[in-house]
Design a protein around this ligand. Structure first.
Ligand code: SAM
Ligand code: SF4
Length: 439
């Protein structure tokens, strides 16, 4: 998969570099020794992952050149909004956002409770417009390898919780590295998420071996193995992991304590903040529709995500799952998820927002609609087929039978049809709303 654009290093400022592709510039962490101005590199999520020879880079850029500008044009057209018949309240929001003013908590609440299909349509269009204004047509596609479904945790919503009687698997170190190598060498991934239950069979030494080997492949290593100790995460950072996916699940401390027995929201938040502090790129967020939560909680979920200043928002609907304490909880609507994407885009206009598999599981059109409601990132499941169904965190996971080559092709087709390009390589220099709060 040629799903990344190489960039040229044009300036160095301390440990950061400014890179350029087709006249657009981004800031990235220089995470490699021996790079110099003029080098061509691949970067993902603001981290340089690999140097590439100039002739190879030129060749890739040549194939990208025409399509890149075509895609930009398509995205510009698709994200234009027509203000002619726009309802007053929507116009007011648009004006605020255009002036880069914060939307307030009560306004977020109102937007999350909209139900009129015409108003929802306008809401999603404005969010898509803001996404385009902040990111251009940049999108990112990460691969996820689910390497173990053993878990010491017992979260009430999760299909691989400790107490659920399911067949368990654990990939060996060699299997994980081989799956990552295939993802990078055969399929062209530049960012891989290594995810599991809280499985302490993988001690620090094993995790370090895995992270070092996967980093060496020239990819951004995301770790997502739950609430391990700060020391473990520090060692993994030193081994080359640069990103962590860890949701806080809900901003409501009582709901958290009930649904994640024996753990507290405060500890989870403290760990996420620590990861950020030591340099990890963070993806975090929440589950929409947990029992006991209200629209006010959802507003707080979005605002807590913002406070944690992640590189990527990761949230999705609860998918009630058999033989879990939440099996009979009602499913949320697709529109509630799309509204959450749109409102998150307004609240933190410069963020990356992921369309999660749970939204796709809720509705086959969820991926496309999420991308058109303000989201700009996707994750593809590249767990080896023999383990895919066993990582059953919820029922009917849409990726269970998706073969990698086909899902890449479908994703590329979808992104191109929307005019999106794989240029989430670093941080833009766009200004964000400053000095105001959402209170
Ligand atoms: N064990 C790690 C952790 O908890 O951070 C990582 C793996 S865990 C399966 C990844 C995420 O799956 C959780 O953070 C949770 O938000 C999500 N999840 C689990 N069960 C779910 C369900 N039934 N519906 C939607 N999301 C779910
Ligand atoms: Fe385990 Fe994570 Fe599932 Fe909780 S959400 S049971 S920690 S895999």
């Amino acid at each position: 998969m040629c799903y990344a654009i190489p960039a040229k290093l044009v300036a160095i400022e301390g440990d950061k570099g400014i890179v350029d592709y087709f006249g657009e510039q981004r800031k990235v962490l220089l995470d490699l020794d021996d790079v110099k101005i003029g080098d061509y590199i691949f970067a993902q999520g603001g981290v340089m992952v690999r140097k590439i020879p100039e002739d190879e880079a030129q060749e890739i850029l040549k194939t990208w050149k025409d399509i890149f500008f075509e895609l930009k044009k398509t995205d510009e057209v698709m994200s234009k909004i027509n203000t002619e018949n726009m309802p007053e309240n929507a116009l007011a929001i648009l004006q605020k956002i255009n002036l880069r003013q914060m939307i307030k908590k009560d306004e977020m609440h109102t937007l999350l409770e909209l139900t009129d299909p015409n108003e929802l349509k306008v809401l999603y269009e404005i969010a898509n417009h803001v996404r385009q204004r902040e990111h251009g047509n940049a999108s990112c596609v990460h691969g996820i390898i689910e390497f173990s479904n053993y878990c010491a945790g017992n979260c009430h919503y999760c299909g691989i919780r400790h107490d659920k009687n399911i067949p368990r698997y654990r990939m060996s170190i060699d299997e994980i590295i081989a799956a990552a190598k295939d993802a990078v060498d055969t399929h062209g991934f530049k960012a891989l998420v290594l995810q599991s239950g809280e499985d302490y069979w993988y001690d620090d030494e094993k995790l370090i071996t895995i992270v070092k080997a996967v980093r060496k492949l020239g990819t951004l290593v995301f770790v997502s193995c739950g609430s391990r100790s700060k020391e473990t995460y520090k060692k993994l950072y030193e081994a080359g992991a640069r990103a962590a996916l860890m949701r806080f699940e809900t901003s409501n401390p009582d709901v958290f304590a009930t649904l994640r027995p024996g753990t507290t929201l405060a500890d989870r938040i403290q760990l996420i903040k620590y990861l950020k502090e030591i340099g990890y790129v963070i993806a975090t967020g929440f589950i929409i529709g947990l029992p006991g939560t209200t629209t006010d909680d959802l507003v707080n979920d979005i605002l807590l995500t913002k406070v944690l200043s992640p590189d990527m928002y990761s949230f999705g609907p609860l998918i009630p799952t058999e033989d879990t304490p939440l099996a009979s909880t009602s499913m949320v609507t697709k529109d509630l998820v799309l509204k959450t994407i749109a409102v998150s885009r307004f609240v933190d206009s410069n963020s990356n927002i992921l369309v999660t598999t749970a939204l796709e599981t809720l509705d086959v059109e969820g991926r496309k609609e999420g991308l058109l409601a303000g989201a700009n990132s996707l994750m593809l499941n590249i767990t080896p087929m023999q383990y895919r169904k066993l990582y059953a965190i919820y029922d009917g996971k849409v990726t269970d039978n998706q073969e990698v080559t086909q899902s890449i092709q479908d994703t590329v087709d979808l992104l191109y049809s929307l005019g999106r390009a794989p240029t989430d390589i670093g941080f833009s220099c766009n200004t964000n709303t400053e000095g105001e709060t959402n209170e």
